[in-house]
Design a protein around this ligand. Structure first.
Ligand code: ATP
Ligand code: MG
Length: 257
């Protein structure tokens, strides 16, 4: 198994220095190439779980292994994409995408070629010489995705990467990341609040509940891609998740407003 999470708990101190259990008894195996979505309400520990797997934080008990090795520190084989893109404003699109390749043993021309390929993959060939401030939010997020893919990571972590985008752009980005995943088959661990986004993207959805953060259920999405958001199979899984959250009819309506 590629990633193994065994009986993991995480505590943080509160303001009085008392231990607060943020994650409790998390057990999970993730296969290489899987697209996993962590879904749950604010504060249920999604970011914490992602940070533990990525090695940015340490478990309080239990263990996480990746390829059999304890995940206790961040690795250059893993890339995280944040909501705010993390682009360097003084670098062009081309130079931003080359960034991660500069620490690797690559010649200048090789870096240029690899970055160019990934810029093309995310549909920004005409924008290679532009600067981040000249691009829309969706385009900037595409640059961040190109930059992440360029270093050929084993795992891509994404923490609500499309949260700041408007609804239409968000749908386009979901299409794009789904296409890219089909081409590259990277392991992706993707945090979201958005039920539909999770059903559209994931092989498996981890539905989490808060206080303390737990995996409430694991929902497989056995629907071929590209997924149709209006197909009965899609709606069936979406409704199943609504039930997991015990949403009442009124709350469902509010969710969609
Ligand atoms: N460094 C920290 N110190 C103390 N408490 C923390 C720390 N990081 C997170 N927490 C607490 O752990 C809980 C889970 O936080 P986390 O950020 O993982 O939630 P989340 O599911 O990602 O929420 P959101 O959807 O709002 O991003 C919260 O109650 C938060 O206050
Ligand atoms: Mg979070």
């Amino acid at each position: 198994m590629f990633i193994q999470i065994k009986n993991v708990s995480k505590e943080y101190p509160d303001t009085n220095n008392n231990a607060v259990q943020v994650l409790k008894s998390i057990d999970l195996d993730i296969e290489a190439g899987e697209f996993i979505c962590l879904l749950g309400p604010s504060g249920c520990g999604k970011t914490t779980l992602l940070n533990l797997i990525a090695g940015f934080e340490k478990v309080t008990s239990g263990e996480i292994t990746i390829n059999g090795k304890l995940a206790v520190e961040a690795s250059s084989k893993h890339i995280t994409i944040f909501q705010n893109y993390g682009l360097l404003p003084w670098r062009s699109v081309q130079k931003n995408v080359e960034l991660g390749l500069e620490t690797k043993d690559r010649s200048k021309s090789e870096r240029k070629r690899i970055a160019g390929d990934f810029i093309e993959l995310v549909g920004l060939k005409q924008y290679a010489r532009h600067y981040p401030s000249q691009l829309s939010g969706g385009m900037q997020q595409r640059v961040a995705i190109a930059r992440a893919l360029a270093v050929d990571p084993e795992i891509i972590f994404m923490d609500e990467p499309f949260g700041a985008l408007d609804a239409m752009t968000r749908i386009n980005m979901q299409d794009e990341i789904s296409n890219i995943w089909q081409k590259k088959k990277k392991t992706i661990i993707f945090v979201t609040h958005d039920i539909e986004e999770a059903v559209f993207l994931a092989d498996r959805i981890l539905v989490m509940s808060p206080n303390p953060g737990r995996i409430k259920s694991v929902i497989k999405v056995p629907i071929a891609r590209k997924r149709d958001r209006t197909h009965p199979d899609f709606l069936k899984i979406r409704n199943k998740i609504f039930e997991e959250f015990e949403m009442k009819e009124k709350e469902k309506i509010e969710y969609y407003l």
